[in-house]
Design a protein around this ligand. Structure first.
Ligand code: FAD
Length: 302
């Protein structure tokens, strides 16, 4: 077993974790990032809505960010944290490589895993018409026919958003569970609400062409937006004494500090919108404040 002492340990090597690392390491505290950069949400994305960069592959941003974090002085460990605990005033993290990290402050930049529909064709057509983020991918379907799947407010909001872009929008829902004003907003658009139905199968060739519903209906569409919410990595948070919300998301204050002193969180794991810009902004705040916590303790500067 290998033991590594750090000032700031960041769990997660996506944009939130890597930006945290850049800001912490530049304050000259010993910073480690534990996580697999190729496992984050961004590596599957094509980004067109990030400030200053008109169009770039998510994979490319991650690899540039990784080099910046290393150059700033952070050490990267491509391992998964399996267990976390608080021992005295330090935090101990155990990984799948049997490495034991001890740190004075921890940043949880764990991302989220989007809830799957578990329909046939969903995995096959991911990135070829199946999307989990209307806010990210709507513009790729200008003038096309699309379906949104889900029951709650995110599905409703995505439906409204897509009516500004797509030619035809279907909202497929078992039963909408949204507040009446939002439902009225959907009904006021050109979207068609397909109630009491659920996708059974997504079909296509190079791209999505149709979805088959469990009541026998078939919708000819070019895209399916699956908006079922997400789960954060609740287990690690619980082991550190933090109670996540029912969706596994972690609450933070304006300093990105969680309810246990010395623990910070950033990025998708703290809530919506699940966007690169938010992850990077929160990473900057979390990295700066975690370093300040190490340098100045509870009396850290604003
Ligand atoms: C298909 C797709 C398209 C998208 N398109 C856009 C877009 O156009 N515009 C936009 O702004 N956003 C887009 N997004 C969202 C964007 O990718 C996320 O908001 C962003 O990546 C969140 O960053 P994060 O660092 O919080 O999480 P992630 O990027 O998900 O990174 C989380 C990291 O934590 C690691 N991790 C988790 N658990 C552990 C553990 N126990 N131990 C070690 N490491 C762990 C993971 O391996 C990963 O490295 C898209 C997402 C997807 C999936």
């Amino acid at each position: 077993m290998q033991s590594i002492d750090a000032d700031v340990a960041i769990i997660g090597a996506g944009p939130a974790g890597l930006q945290s690392a850049i800001h912490a390491a530049r304050r000259k505290v010993k910073t480690v990032v534990i996580g697999r950069p190729d496992q984050g949400a961004l590596v599957k994305a094509q980004i067109e809505n990030y400030f200053g960069i008109p169009r770039i592959k998510g994979q490319k941003i991650v690899s540039i960010g990784l080099e910046q974090a290393k150059k700033a002085g952070a050490k990267i460990y491509e391992e998964d944290v399996l267990k976390a605990e608080k021992v005295g005033d330090k935090f101990v993290l155990h990984t799948d490589h049997e490495t034991e990290f001890t740190a004075k402050a921890v940043i949880l930049a764990l991302g989220i895993s989007r809830m799957r529909l578990n329909a046939e064709g969903e995995k096959e057509f991911l990135g070829r018409g199946v999307s989990y983020c209307a806010a990210c991918d709507a513009n790729f379907f200008k003038g096309k026919k699309v379906a949104v799947v889900g029951n709650d407010s995110m599905a409703a909001i995505s439906t409204v958003l897509l009516t500004n872009v797509a030619s035809d929008v279907y909202w497929v829902t078992k039963e909408p569970t949204v507040a009446p004003p939002l439902l009225e907003k959907v009904i006021a658009t050109k979207a068609q609400v397909v109630k009491a139905a659920w996708p059974k199968k997504i079909e296509g060739d190079q791209r999505v062409r149709k979805i088959m519903l469990d009541d026998g209906r078939v919708l000819d569409v070019d895209a399916v937006f699956i908006e079922l919410g997400a789960k954060g990595s609740a287990d690690l948070a619980l082991e550190l004494g933090i109670i996540p919300d029912p969706n596994g998301l972690i609450s933070v204050n304006a300093k990105m500090e969680a309810e246990v002193p010395g623990i910070y969180a950033a990025g998708d794991v703290t809530g919506r919108p699940w966007q690169l810009a938010r992850a990077v902004g929160q990473g900057c705040i979390a990295g700066t404040n975690a370093a300040n916590f190490v340098l100045y303790g509870a009396g850290e500067p604003e």
